[in-house]
Design a binder for this molecule. Structure first.
Ligand code: ADP
Length: 167
């Protein structure tokens, strides 16, 4: 083999407010194709956040620790995603797709990533059917109203949601 071996590093960016089973599924599947997957929690998304950046990072870390996954790291970032990806030596950005509504948004986002950083590949992975309807925003809404959410989020997240809503 003449080509020099290069570590495959992908970045999975998102708000993760909070991380759901759908997010975890994408991260685990993406990590199986990479040497290292960095889950990058975006500090200042244009959304009303329920969890602080520290909490969003800590929840991901708990999820990864309890599953004994060794090639996923969690980090936080602000500013342009592509700048962050370059700063960690990543070659690709992972995003998850649920329905066609996600497609429109992710398609535009991916084209922007490619415009800003043509050397970075955007990998869109299709959700597992069972997570098709799992979204952080809907989850927060139903959790606030006391609905059972245990089969949609990892256990530490369910506990954190209950604590937030004082249930
Ligand atoms: P963002 O604010 O960047 O969209 P999110 O935390 O909402 O952050 O989502 C991060 C990524 O995970 C996005 O690519 C989103 O489409 C994807 N995602 C969200 N929920 C699911 C799910 N249930 N299955 C697969 N991918 C998902």
């Amino acid at each position: 083999m003449t080509e020099q071996y290069r570590k495959r590093i992908a970045v999975y960016p998102g708000s993760f407010d909070p991380v759901t089973n759908g997010h975890v599924d994408i991260a685990v599947r993406a990590a199986s194709l990479m040497d290292l997957l960095i889950v990058a929690v975006y500090e200042t998304p244009a959304k009303n956040l329920l969890f602080t950046t520290d909490e969003r990072v800590a929840l991901w870390q708990e999820v990864i620790a309890e599953r004994h996954i060794t090639n996923i790291e969690v980090d936080r970032y602000s500013g342009l995603t592509v700048d962050y990806v370059r700063s960690v030596g990543g070659q690709s950005i992972v995003r998850g797709l649920r329905a066609t509504t996600d497609f429109e948004v992710e398609f535009q986002q991916a084209l922007m990533y490619r415009k800003l950083a043509p050397e970075i590949e955007v990998l869109c992975m299709i959700t597992d059917l069972q997570y098709l309807f799992v979204s952080s925003s809907l989850l927060k809404e139903v959790a606030r109203l006391g609905a059972p959410i245990e089969d949609m989020v990892p256990a530490p997240v369910a506990r954190a949601l209950r604590a937030k809503f004082d249930q």
